[in-house]
Design a protein. Structure first.
Length: 348
């Protein structure tokens, strides 16, 4: 998505600027980018939703372009005026080289340094998710959507992070992994290498194919992109809840991976015995499928017995906005007002 055109800004009536300045928070992932503008009272002045802006090596410019458009559009819709600070929280920012490459792309943009003289705050979107669920100084968050990632923070500023690069960094358990594994298990069931499963019939039906062989051929020859296999997640859960043993084992494995991420972050920070919040977010967890959630809660009770887990439905941009207000020293009542306003304004 390219830079914002004047036509796009003028397509909506601009609100009059009655505030002394705004902060703009951006949360971007693999499917959508949310941008919000807030004033010093915690009021939400504007919200804009664009397409994907997650960061990939060599494609930082595409992400920066979407973020730039989001900042300028939400600023215009908020009525313009002083832009105090921008915070950008993106999926894919997991390593210092990725941070450096993305910051190099946005450093020359007019909003990079806010009117308060501070550079834009650039961080992984896990921090936004964490602050959506808690303002606690010690906390852990796990996101399970298309992919799986986690973060832990401690009051002294120490963090526990994961590279979150997929199989190469030991990760498994996101929607893409579930879909790909479901197809693998179905293929093995079809030719007798593995136990029988209803997935052999469910998967081709999902994609409108006559049988599993035709579906596998379409994936192999690129007629069905492998990325679409993540669409199988609800069907795997339905099969598991219906008693399919292969699907149930797959969901249980996913629950164990989610727990392992949370436990690892807490142990690395020395918080495994503390009553810390464990924020659970992302589309797979927010769907609240009982089989998965029961497994996660049981696992957390065994590995982090004092932890307080909570599933959040709100979009992570809620936490992104709160983080910026917190950085600027907002009072508790402002933070509460902003949290409520953001949750109302931004659709899940």
């Amino acid at each position: 998505m390219g830079a914002l055109s004047g036509t796009a800004v003028q397509a909506r009536q601009r609100r009059p600027s009655t505030h002394e300045g705004v902060v703009i928070a951006i949360d971007g992932g693999g499917t959508k980018t949310d941008a919000v503008a807030l004033d010093a009272t915690g009021a939400v002045l504007a919200h804009v939703r664009l397409g994907a802006s997650d960061v990939h090596p060599g494609r930082e410019g595409e992400s920066a372009s979407v973020v730039d458009e989001a900042v300028r559009r939400v600023h215009a819709e908020a009525g313009g005026g002083p832009l105090l600070r921008v915070g950008v929280f993106l999926s894919g920012l997991d390593h210092e080289e990725e941070f450096a490459a993305f910051r190099a792309r946005i450093r020359s943009l007019p909003w990079f340094v806010g009117d308060d003289g501070v550079e834009a705050h650039v961080e992984n979107d896990m921090f936004a998710l964490l602050r959506t669920g808690t303002l606690g100084a010690d906390a852990v968050a796990v996101v399970c959507g298309t992919g799986l990632n986690a973060i832990g923070v401690r009051a002294d500023g120490t963090t526990a992070r994961f590279l979150a690069w997929g199989a190469v960094s030991g990760d498994w358990g996101g929607g893409s992994d579930i879909g790909a594994e479901a197809l693998r298990l179905a293929a093995r069931a079809m030719d007798g290498r593995g136990p029988a499963t209803v997935l052999t019939a469910v998967i081709p039906e999902k994609f409108g194919r006559p049988d599993l062989t035709a579906l596998i051929e379409d994936v192999h020859f690129g007629r069905i992109p492998e990325g679409r296999l993540a669409e199988l997640v609800p069907d795997v859960f339905t099969a598991a809840e219906g008693g399919d043993a292969v699907s149930r084992a797959l969901v249980q494995r996913q629950a164990e991976e989610i727990v392992a991420m949370a436990a690892s972050a807490a142990h690395r920070l020395g918080l495994e015995q503390d009553p810390i919040p464990v924020v659970l977010g992302g589309g797979v967890l927010a769907a609240r499928r009982p089989l998965l959630l029961d497994g996660v809660m049981e696992g957390l009770a065994a590995t982090l017995p004092s932890a307080v887990p909570a599933v959040v439905d709100s979009r992570p941009v809620v936490g992104a906005g709160l983080t910026l207000l917190e950085q600027r020293g907002a009072a508790d009542d402002v933070m509460r007002r902003a949290h409520a306003a953001l949750a109302r304004t931004v659709p899940a």
